[in-house]
Design a protein around this ligand. Structure first.
Ligand code: APR
Ligand code: ZN
Ligand code: ZN
Length: 372
């Protein structure tokens, strides 16, 4: 099959790759479409640390089940599915505490890019064993996943839109509903309105936020955010963007989401919240990056927390989102700026670096991706 392979940071291209049949408890998915997320770019630049290549990239995708390993129940060939990076074991300490996003074996597997048996199902043409990027590896025509990592989705949902559920949508909605717990009438600020941030704006609106202030370096991103429900926009290049947010809300927002991954924007989110408010860091920083805060302000009961991948049980959260999307209530199409081919991914990373566009979706099987 064709797949996007990262040999080492900066060295990536489409190659012919072998994929072994699904083992016990696994399924094979014919990938229809996959979203290009900033975390793929981070990994491809080496920003997530060493040891993560050679690898087939891609972790946000959807497709159709086309082969099933032994012992898999509840899934059938032909099912439309979205993919998740975390299939919680249900048995480790974090799982028992209900913090399933933090499942230890699932985290180890995603980091190592290997299946449950510690092996890979992917081999390059020259015999080199390849990792499954983030445990998913969906910048490819097919992917083998743990059956617990695929979630059936409604048939009426176009697969190119469903492709966005498994990372961007899940991350954004989880941060709004499970980490921040935005309530009716709350004031929310979203710093960074790219592929994930725009979905956070949409989620805040669905959660009943009265005021949603979008912050971005680009006026076009602010316009996109307004279309999805932002009530105000502030340019990050403004001399005092946090001051502007506080002025717009009479003292600061209840919740500020950071969806960029840099110390400056984390600080901006902190400065934008009211006393007692919460800053939620969603953005993924490069390994080694630190952030500093004015410590005196803890006196005002401000809080800063992290949110990773739904802050809940990822497969259940994904199922809920798929229902919402199937009912036509998730503006997934609106966060897509480019529909591209597999060999267009390096260019999509370039656009991301330049801050252009929002989500790029790889139409891996264009006919299937457009279904129904
Ligand atoms: N202030 C405000 N916005 C900024 C700034 C800044 N200093 N710098 C960049 N941005 C904006 C960009 O203009 C862009 O709209 O942040 C947005 C980032 O969006 P994308 O590049 O589309 O990245 P995305 O896929 O949304 O991921 C954002 O969330 O899940 C994490 O790993 C992911 O850290 C990444 C973050
Ligand atoms: Zn992602
Ligand atoms: Zn677990």
């Amino acid at each position: 099959m064709r797949a996007l392979v990262l040999r080492e940071p900066g060295v990536l291209g489409v190659e012919t790759v072998m994929l072994a049949a699904p083992a016990r408890g696994e399924v094979r998915v014919r990938i229809a479409a996959a979203g290009v997320c900033r975390s793929d770019m981070h990994l491809a630049e080496g920003g997530l640390g060493a040891g993560r290549w050679p690898v087939v990239l891609g972790h946000e995708g959807a497709g159709v089940i086309d082969a099933i390993g032994e012992g898999v129940r509840g899934l059938s060939i032909g099912d439309h599915v979205a993919l998740t990076m975390v299939a919680p074991c249900g048995l480790c300490d974090p799982c028992r505490r209900g913090e399933r996003t933090l499942c230890e074996p699932a985290g180890r597997r995603s980091l190592a890019g290997m299946m449950a048996d510690g092996m890979s199902r992917l081999t390059a043409g020259d015999g080199v064993v390849l990792q499954h990027g983030f445990g998913v590896a969906c910048f490819a025509q097919y992917a083998v996943l743990d059956a617990a990592a695929v979630v059936e989705i409604p048939r009426q949902l176009p697969l190119w839109q469903a492709a966005l559920l498994g990372c961007g949508a899940l991350t954004a909605f989880g941060a709004i509903s499970h980490a921040a717990r935005v309530g009716i009438g709350d004031r929310v600020c979203v710093v960074g309105c790219g592929g994930v941030g725009l979905q956070a704006v949409a989620a805040a609106r669905l959660a009943g936020a009265a005021q949603i202030i979008a912050v971005d370096v680009s006026e076009r991103k602010l316009e996109a955010a307004r279309r999805l429900g932002a009530t105000d926009g502030v340019l990050a290049g403004d001399p005092d963007p946090a001051g502007r947010v506080r002025a717009l809300t009479g003292g600061g927002v209840d919740h500020a989401l950071e969806v960029v991954g840099s110390p400056a924007t984390m600080r901006l989110a902190w400065d934008a919240i009211r006393p007692g408010g919460t800053a939620v860091v969603v953005g993924l920083a490069r390994v080694g990056v630190e952030v500093s805060l004015p410590a005196i302000e803890f006196l005002s009961e401000k809080r800063i927390i992290g949110s990773y991948y739904a802050s809940a049980d990822p497969p259940s959260a994904l199922r809920g989102l798929a229902e919402l999307a199937g009912a036509g209530r998730l503006p997934l199409a609106d966060v897509v700026s480019h529909r591209i081919e597999l060999d267009g991914i390096p260019e999509a990373f370039e656009r991301m670096r330049r801050g252009e566009g929002s989500r790029s979706v790889v139409m891996i099987d264009p006919q299937l991706a457009d279904q129904p």
